[in-house]
Design a protein around this ligand. Structure first.
Ligand code: NAD
Length: 344
């Protein structure tokens, strides 16, 4: 009888120097994975921040880094052939709703061509489980709340959301045709230490500490299901070990069956399931910084939606996950990190 392997599992994490990628790599390294992190370190925001995250990860023996663009032809194919990862977590993307209004090509290249290159590499060298980031933005503006994964979600409001929705369709077809086990996450406004300079918490904290005004869209009438990054990473970690399987009954597809029912495939929300009013979020930053915000009330931005709210029932049923961090606590941790990092 052969002994079960005790070799560490290998994870390939794309977007490893990004906000979520950094936290996920740390968690996987703590859990004994060998981690290959890939990132282009692009200049969408402060490259020094990405480089610091990368440098922090490089301190772990189990971590190696590949500096490359995912859409580079053959790059991921070669990497997967050499490394044969057990798990792939795909986080590299051109993120951000607002930037996609002026720079759609960046989304085409990273999110569509990049995802295609990854799917092709996974077809040739199948991991045990591939997990890919989508977004709450795919729900658009006319989905009933809380957003359930079964909602139709067919009217994307930005090109960013459109590329992510397309990723879901592309990945589904690979799960179905080639039997690749794929989980697609829909993340809801993630925040926390090492967070993104283009997102509200970072911008608001910076402005409040500098005494500058903050732009408050839709005159403050916004709700977001803010999700603390460590909670999100915990959800990802649990899902890694819960790969979808093709159901036994999947031999034939009857008219009217959902194709999703027959592929080793799943779409899962990871959110806090407790939406917070934007003005309450701003108050939490005021409390954490000990300063008052100067508000510059603005109309709704094109591409944005007034509210998001995750239905967390599927993730809970699959993994037992429930979020642990309330917004005031998570915001205080971000502000403490920000002050320390920028000596502000
Ligand atoms: P991020 O921008 O901090 O991380 C993405 C990383 O991918 C960056 O480090 C970037 O340099 C890298 N990257 C971009 N294009 C690349 C390319 N072509 N090749 C290689 N690397 C590339 O963003 P994040 O907040 O960590 O988001 C991670 C994922 O989660 C993204 O797919 C994003 O769309 C998704 N998401 C994030 C949120 C959120 O609130 N942060 C919400 C929903 C979905």
């Amino acid at each position: 009888m052969t002994e079960p392997s005790t070799a560490p599992r290998t994870a390939l994490v794309t977007g490893a120097a990004g906000f979520i990628g950094y936290h996920l790599c740390r968690r996987l390294l703590e859990d004994g994975f060998r981690v290959i992190g890939l990132d282009s370190l692009n200049d969408y925001y402060d490259v020094a921040l990405k480089d610091r995250r990368r440098a922090m990860l490089m301190q772990s023996d189990g971590f190696s880094f590949v500096h490359a663009k995912i859409e580079e032809p053959g790059l991921l194919m070669g990497l997967m052939a050499d490394e044969r990862p057990d798990v792939v977590v795909h986080l590299a993307a051109q993120a951000g709703v607002r930037y996609s209004i002026d720079q759609p090509r960046a989304y085409l290249e990273a999110n569509l061509i990049g995802a295609f290159e990854l799917l092709e590499a996974a077809r040739a060298y199948p991991p045990q489980h591939m997990l890919m980031a989508s977004t709450s933005s795919v729900y658009g503006a006319n989905t009933e709340m809380p957003y359930a994964e079964t909602a139709k979600a067919d009217s994307q409001m930005s090109f960013y959301a459109a590329t992510k929705k397309a990723n879901e369709a592309m990945a589904h077809s690979y799960a179905h045709l080639y039997g690749l086990p794929i989980t697609m996450f829909r993340f809801f406004t993630v925040y926390g230490p090492w967070g993104r300079p283009d997102m509200a918490l970072f911008k608001f904290t910076k402005a409040i500490l500098e005494g500058a005004p903050i732009d408050v869209f839709n005159h403050g009438d916004m709700q977001r299901d803010f999700t603390y990054v460590e909670d999100l990473v915990h959800g990802i970690r649990l899902l890694i070990d819960a790969a979808p399987v093709r159901p036994e009954s999947a031999e034939s597809i009857a008219p009217g069956d959902s194709l999703s029912a027959v592929a080793p495939w799943r779409v899962v929300n990871i959110g806090n399931s407790e939406p917070v009013q934007l003005m309450d979020f701003i108050r939490a930053i005021e409390t954490a910084t000990g300063r008052s915000a100067t508000l510059n009330m603005m109309p709704m931005q094109a591409g944005d939606v007034p509210a998001t709210w995750a239905d967390g029932a599927l993730l809970q049923a699959l993994t037992g996950y429930s979020p642990r961090t309330a917004v005031p606590e998570g915001v205080a941790r971000f502000v403490a990190w920000y002050r320390d990092y920028f000596q502000a």
